[in-house]
Design a protein around this ligand. Structure first.
Ligand SMILES: Cc1cc2nc3c(=O)[nH]c(=O)nc-3n(C[C@H](O)[C@H](O)[C@H](O)COP(=O)(O)OP(=O)(O)OC[C@H]3O[C@@H](n4cnc5c(N)ncnc54)[C@H](O)[C@@H]3O)c2cc1C
Length: 532
């Protein structure tokens, strides 16, 4: 288990550790997964997290009488990286409540009310039409830039709707559904986001909808990330904002806001595209990161929890992209209140902390509710995220994705923002953390082999020579890793599951001085099969 240090418990600056094999910046899903993998591979890993908690853009907090997900919420078994972790940490799911009533806006913004089935019948043809060419565009969800997507990537979702010729009634309802998915106005978002997520769901838009907003994690996202954090064999430092990363020939010096410096052989940044300029990078960031950061990703919306007086039948309500809240849905029904979750496409249109503003936004979608409380975190204003979940602007996906995944010197980049399959989702964060941990482990394994002046086996040399130009991390390093078994740290002590479930944040803070992972290689490698 990790040694978790917070501002209060941390050794003074002059006593803090000065080096690590790998510094991971950020303890969201990408960072925690990368750190866990590196630690289990026997590397000395240090996680530096600016917040006083783990989880990043996922955060379960007790508000309005419930454990509310202020960030990422829904998971699904068609998200393979997420589901593997759900299985590993014994997490269960619960279904968000099925609705009894539907409210939406028809032609000319006329209010409509009906059942879920009536609404689904209204949108079915349009939802299919918008992603009809998904199989040609992205034949394999795991490779979202292959296929004919290049020809379509310049178009926004709005362009596609404009070309479809749906009647006004169907168009209004169909557009509303996609505003909710992409958390932005539709002219800001590439059609690629609709296509890639549908491709990730095997080409089925219904399954994409279900995967995005149906099943919550029992014990909350914070319980989930606490369980992963507890499995990190290394140091996890909270309230440790990184301000500078300076690369040198043999590694990098990472500087924190309090002046602490740590030398590392490799650095994994997990900062979101929109927040990456919060660190001074020397040398500067690769072009794709600079460009994407300057443009920003498309999503710029809000998520807000709303408490309304009394019980009402469970409902969802859709508005339009002109509405501060474009989708609103029942999540909890109490004896004397109903708790709703809402999303809006433009954070500048809604003060999520202001009950009166939220009341007006709710009235526009579902009249007759009295708002008594609100809860939210404005991720757009948060300097550590500056975004909610990544959706690409037109052209960004095919232009930038490969370059965003490429290491720059000793710095690697893991983020849901640069994932292949469910980019923008928790699944993408996990995928990216696994990817970069694998690459870094392979790189350091190779270095260590050289340091020990051991000739790699003949087959290994052949593998290195086969390394394709342009993608230095694959696949030869993977083969190399297979040939050099890792030293797994002995007996990683896990905290009590009940503690983690009861109070995840406290459990993370309470973890103390776990056993440092066994160091990689050294004498162990000498005896390892394949190393001679
Ligand atoms: C409102 C909202 C709703 C969402 N809904 C869903 C959903 O239902 N399902 C789903 O799968 N996904 C959802 N997502 C998306 C999902 O939460 C994210 O894609 C995922 O959590 C991102 O993980 P990450 O590790 O890539 O990035 P992050 O979680 O952003 O982690 C990056 C970490 O880096 C830290 N950091 C930043 N700067 C520094 C610095 N200078 N020094 C040190 N640390 C730093 C941050 O504090 C953060 O902890 C939602 C997101 C939001 C915000």
């Amino acid at each position: 288990m990790p040694a978790v240090t917070t501002e209060a418990s941390r050794p003074r600056r002059d006593q803090a550790r000065a080096s690590a094999d790998v510094v991971v910046i950020g303890a969201g899903f990408a960072g925690l997964i990368a750190a866990r993998e590196l630690g289990h591979a026997g590397l000395d890993v240090l996680v530096l997290e600016a917040r006083d908690r783990v989880g990043g853009r996922t955060w379960t907090d007790r508000r309005l009488g419930h454990d509310l997900e202020l960030g990422g919420t829904w998971v699904h078994w068609v998200q393979p990286h997420t589901w593997a972790e759900m299985t590993r940490y014994g997490r269960d799911i619960t279904r968000s409540p099925a609705v009894e009533e539907a409210y939406w806006l028809g032609a000319g913004d006329a209010r409509r009310t009906g059942t879920l089935d009536e609404f689904m019948a209204l949108i079915a043809a349009g939802q299919q039409a918008i992603v009809d060419d998904v199989r040609a565009a992205i034949p394999r969800g795991i490779d979202p830039t292959a296929g004919e997507i290049g020809k379509l990537d310049a178009f926004s979702i709005q362009d596609r709707f404009d070309a479809l010729g749906l009647d006004d009634e169907a168009r209004s309802a169909n557009e509303a559904v996609w505003i909710g998915h992409v958390n932005a106005r539709l002219d800001q978002v590439g059609l690629s986001s609709a296509l890639r997520w549908t491709a990730a769901a095997g080409g089925h838009w219904q399954l994409m909808h279900e995967a995005s907003a149906t099943y919550r994690v029992v014990g909350g996202m914070s319980g989930f990330t606490a369980a992963i954090a507890a499995d990190v064999a290394g140091e996890l430092r909270l309230s440790a904002a990184v301000t500078r990363v300076a690369q040198a020939a043999d590694g990098a010096v990472v500087t924190c806001a309090d002046g602490t410096e740590v030398r590392a052989r490799r650095v994994i940044s997990t900062l979101p595209v929109n927040a990456i300029a919060g660190i001074a990078w020397e040398p500067g960031l690769p072009g794709a990161w600079l460009r994407a950061n300057a443009e920003t990703v498309a999503a710029q919306g809000v998520k807000v929890w709303v408490k309304a007086r009394g019980q009402v039948p469970r409902f969802f309500a859709y508005g339009s992209q002109r509405h501060p809240i474009s989708v609103l849905k029942t999540e909890f029904t109490d004896d004397d209140a109903t708790v709703l979750v809402g999303f809006g496409p433009d954070h500048t249109q809604l003060d999520v902390t202001n009950v009166a503003d939220v009341q007006a936004a709710v009235d526009a979608l579902r009249p007759g509710l009295e708002v008594t409380g609100v809860a939210a975190h404005d991720w757009m204003k948060d300097p550590l995220s500056r975004t909610t979940w990544m959706t690409h602007r037109p052209g960004q996906l095919t232009r930038d994705l490969a370059e965003l995944q490429r290491p720059a010197g000793v710095v690697h980049f893991a983020s849901s923002d640069n994932a292949n399959l469910w980019g923008g989702f928790v699944d993408g964060a996990i995928e990216s953390g696994l990817r970069e941990a694998r690459r870094v482990t392979a790189e350091l394994t190779k270095l260590q082999v050289r340091e020990h002046r051991r000739e790699p086996p003949v087959g290994h040399r052949a593998a290195v020579r086969r390394e394709p130009p342009g993608d230095p991390a694959r696949p030869a390093r993977d083969e190399e890793l297979d040939r050099h078994p890792r030293v797994v740290p002995d007996a990683v002590v896990r905290p009590d599951r009940a503690q983690v479930d009861a109070d995840p944040a406290r459990a993370v803070r309470a973890l103390v001085a776990g056993r440092r992972a066994a160091r990689l290689l050294g004498p162990e490698l000498a005896g390892a099969p394949g190393a001679a």
